[in-house]
Design a protein around this ligand. Structure first.
Ligand SMILES: *[C@@H]1O[C@H](CO)[C@@H](O)[C@H](O)[C@H]1NC(C)=O
Length: 293
């Protein structure tokens, strides 16, 4: 049944106790005709994970994310193995914690990662509200990933807590970010955001469109890259890790290093819900307005 959005909202505001948040109400709105972002771009689908919800962060994780448990060996540049530990994805500060444990000297770091269940994401806008760890020796990443291509297809936002100005420095990369062992200035930018303090909550965002990736902090565009833009369906991932690589994560951390994530919101197109199916759904919903994001 088609319910006009205005009366739908009116009904909800009458029926729901005042304690229900605006975010919870918004989720119930009919977005069958998709989303329109601040660049005027239209996206067909969404995954909104509010880790502060009363359901609990881990319950929200289990809806749309897979907690990783793989282990990777040391490499040429990294002296330590990495083990993804399920317990390092935790409920933390009324939100989601992603932790690398204080190093225990074993030769293996205990790290954490969540991967979106959706692996069919192809273009979109991806937003994470988070606080970066302040313990040196980890990399905190929010990124798209498809490891089946050679080289891998990946768009990265990364924070390196061993850098002197780590609280306002962010690394943006379309992989591969290196050419002949050197950083490729067209595929990797290391940016300082003046006045920023990433150890307080802020929104880190990448927009992925054909031919360009665009990056934002708290709604302000910080940078863009045109080289190596992925064009294959991908997962979206968040992680906190260290492998002792002196040229990147450094570390390992001597105390627990935990990122706090309040939300991840993805508005995107995918290879499993095409334009035709989208248009049919929208028509069936009475061609309602798109939801503004
Ligand atoms: C995403 O889907 C919308 C609606 O089908 C379409 O108009 C838009 O061009 C798509 N965007 C990209 C980047 O494919």
């Amino acid at each position: 049944m088609f319910v006009p959005r205005s009366s739908f909202f009116a009904l909800l505001s009458l029926a729901l106790p005042a304690a229900v948040s605006a975010a919870a109400i918004k989720k119930r709105a009919n977005c069958d005709c998709g989303y329109v972002d601040d660049q005027g771009r239209v996206w067909r689908e969404s995954v909104e994970s509010d880790f502060t919800s009363s359901a609990g962060a881990l319950s929200v994780v289990s809806d749309n994310w897979l907690v990783q448990d793989w282990t990777a060996p040391p490499s040429e540049t990294a002296p330590l193995a990495r083990q993804n530990v399920v317990e390092n994805v935790l409920s933390y500060q009324d939100a989601l914690g992603l932790r690398t444990s204080a190093y225990d000297g074993s030769g293996t770091t205990k790290i954490s990662e969540i991967d979106s269940k959706r692996g069919d994401v192809l273009y979109g806008t991806f937003r994470m509200r988070a606080q970066i760890p302040s313990v040196p020796g980890v990399c905190f990443g929010f990124f798209s990933y498809n490891g089946a291509t050679s080289p891998v297809s990946e768009i990265d936002i990364e924070f390196l807590t061993s850098e002197a100005d780590y609280y306002q420095r962010v690394h943006y990369t379309n992989q591969p970010g290196n050419v002949n062992g050197e950083a490729d200035p067209d595929a990797h930018h290391s940016d300082s955001v003046p006045g920023a303090d990433f150890t307080t909550f802020g929104e880190h965002r990448f927009d992925w469109v054909p031919g360009q990736t665009e990056f934002y902090y708290n709604g302000q565009r910080t940078d863009a890259l045109q080289k190596n833009v992925p064009s294959v369906p991908s997962n979206i991932i968040a992680n906190v890790w260290s492998n002792g690589d002196p040229g990147w994560s450094q570390g390992p951390p001597s105390a627990d290093a935990t990122a706090t994530v309040q939300f991840i919101k993805m508005y995107f197109n995918s290879t499993s819900f095409d334009e035709g199916a989208f248009n049919a759904r929208c028509a069936a919903a009475g061609s309602v307005d798109k939801c503004s994001i």
